[in-house]
Design a protein around this ligand. Sequence first.
Ligand code: KG4
Ligand code: ZN
Length: 352
Amino acid sequence: MIVLGIETSCDETSAALVNENKQILSNVILSQIAEHEPYGGVVPEIAARAHLDHLDRLIREALEIAGVDLGKVSGVAAAAGPGLIGGVIVGVMTAKAIALARGLPFIAVNHLEGHALTARLTNDVEWPFLLLLVSGGHCQLLLVEGVGRYRRLGTTIDDAVGEAFDKAAKLIGLGYPGGPRLEQAALRARDPGRFDLPRPMLGRPGCDFSFSGLKTAVRRCLDELPKPLPAQDGADLASAFQSAVGDALADRTARAMDLAATLAPECRTLVVAGGVAANMSVRARLDAQSARKGWRFVAPPLGLCTDNAAMIAWAGLERLRLGMTDGLDFAPRPRWPLDPDAPKARGAGVKA
Ligand code: KG4
Ligand code: ZN
């Protein structure tokens, strides 16, 4: 079984082929960083046009690299949401067209499920597991009990953690994309303990997150510092921000581990996924937390943490082999929570 996956929900255009033996036959990723950099963030219209310009060629390349023609493909999966709707439409329409022309099943994959199931592609992870999903649009703790079976234990009440990285990086003047640049700057810190930033929600009941106060605290520190900001001050502040985020994520995750253990006693694995899972300091904090609790910790390789089509192909394959395919009338979804039963979180700017 080989599945073609397509990812166009944000600012990466990607096509991949994955087989049921967990082999990534190809995973071509075109980043749009250069197109969006002048604007300091992703511009949805520019993203949609860029996906349209490049996707056909990338699919051809993915097939060539894999040495596979469409005759050998068992299904076509596309990230059908949540995401920037213009881009999602490009990917979904392309996948449907191929499926229709070739008489193949179409699989509408939730982009978040793509991140969630990556650890089952790269490591032998069984159900159930606890998932910390940390990306540009989301920050959630979920108990994953099977394909399409998610119980949300916590979510952000304001900003997503990747968004917080991006905004903090912008404030410090590190530019776009913020997360990786902030991580690099933090490595140059000489006095990581110099700025005392708050640890949002630390010790509070429940497993929800909050990051907007941390962003405000970064702004307050900057108000006290010389302008233009000396690079060393920026590096020290970046490091302080990263530690505060690490502490907040570890604290909330520890609580979710306790909660997960009451809901599913056999759950002893923590998986981290999403773009922020590429952050080495965040990974180290979660690794240490897991060790303290006697849990197994699984983090996908860095290149499979940020958006890519291999994760969409794999989630599509997991669905296809369970007969979970979709009709060609499936409508792309700008919002699409993994756990539709979860109560809506309150607060400004709450994400799905
Ligand atoms: O999963 P992803 O590629 O796209 C979404 O689905 O959102 O995540 C992108 C987010 C961005 O906010 C980016 O700044 C953040 O992940 N990110 C990082 C790192 N690499 C990407 N944040 C912190 N450290 C990194 N190394
Ligand atoms: Zn993503």
